[in-house]
Design a protein around this ligand. Structure first.
Ligand code: AMP
Ligand code: MG
Ligand code: MG
Length: 311
């Protein structure tokens, strides 16, 4: 039965299992306490830990074993695929994804149409600072350049009240809907925006001010901020900055859009997730819940802010 499901469902079903296994690795590294932090670039708050590296090796080894012809791009680049511990390689499929109704447009999708974007640990700064519920594992599935399928695993979901939390794993496929959670609409009597906690500059703040929110929720992680929108705690996620990359937005965009919301750049255009695109999301992020008029909100951003992020 499983083998007869369309490729996109089998890939997403395996991604749910791989993301969940990666989350366990992230928790094990934290429990052990040897984070192995290295600075990645010149930018502030751009670090990598043993958890980022190990989680990516788990996901890439698990998916490439089952889908050898699919292109997989991971944030941490090419890591050794040899000596991956055998219990990190998981090939089980999530049954709820396998039994979803595949949208007709994806029934005949072939491996060559697909790029998988992996952020093995989104919110690394927050992970190292102990803000553990900001951490997510992101696996995004792009078909013909569009972000259409996604998995967000939150290993520390509810960890403050549930000490041994298994976390939670959300998935979405545009045209099929979402699973693993129930989206909630944001309140109608207030307007709340979520944005970055650790990567802020004048432009990020000016963009927020121009939209005149009642409240701003500053939290870590692109995956986590989209969760804040999906949970109805914010109406929009706005980030007028170049710092996010395709692996940060592919899975969140797919899940948000599968729920009826939108995730675009600050001009209101979707990013391409083809294998040849440059990694940075150079035109920022503008995401909205399904009850928000996305284009109307985009049009409220001042032209001088938009002009600072040309194509
Ligand atoms: P944040 O919203 O700041 O938590 O960022 C979401 C994702 O984008 C994380 O993976 C960050 O590492 C990445 N990111 C955003 N802005 C920057 C930046 N200025 N430099 C490096 N990474 C960034
Ligand atoms: Mg990230
Ligand atoms: Mg990361």
């Amino acid at each position: 039965m499983a083998q007869s499901a369309p490729l996109i469902l089998r890939l997403l079903a395996s991604s749910v299992t791989a993301a969940t296994r990666a989350g366990k690795i992230i928790k094990d590294v934290m429990t052990k306490g040897e984070l192995g932090i290295v600075e990645k670039g010149l930018e502030k708050n751009d670090v990598q830990t043993e958890a980022d590296r190990s989680a990516q090796r788990c996901i890439v080894a698990s998916l490439s074993k089952q889908f050898p012809d699919v292109t997989i791009i991971g944030e941490e680049g090419q890591l050794s695929e040899s000596d991956v511990p055998s219990d990190w390689i998981v090939t089980e499929s999530d049954q709820s994804v396998l039994s979803a109704n595949c949208p007709p447009s994806f029934v005949n999708t072939v491996p060559e149409d697909i790029v998988v974007w992996v952020d093995p640990l989104d919110g690394t700064s927050e992970y190292t600072e102990g803000l553990l519920d900001h951490v997510t594992v992101l696996i995004g599935v792009a078909v013909s350049g569009r972000a259409v399928g996604g998995v967000i695993h939150q290993p520390y979901y509810n960890y403050k009240t549930v000490p041994d939390t298994p976390g939670r794993t959300l998935w979405g496929l545009v045209g099929a809907g979402v699973g693993g959670f129930n989206p909630i609409d944001p309140p109608q009597d207030k307007f709340i925006i979520t944005t970055s906690r650790s990567h802020r500059d004048g432009m990020v703040s000016n963009a927020l001010k121009s939209l005149n929110p009642d409240d701003v929720i500053s939290v870590g992680g692109a995956g986590h901020k989209v969760l804040v929108v999906l949970e109805g705690r914010a109406h929009a996620y706005v980030y007028a900055s170049r710092g996010c990359k395709k692996w940060d937005t592919c899975a969140p965009e797919a899940i948000l859009e599968a729920s009826g919301g939108r995730l675009t750049d600050i001009h209101g255009k979707h990013y391409s997730y083809d294998k040849n695109v440059s990694f940075p999301d150079n035109q920022g992020i503008f995401a909205t819940a399904r009850t928000v008029d996305h284009d109307a909100l985009v049009s409220k951003l001042p032209q001088e802010i938009k002009d600072a992020f040309p194509y």
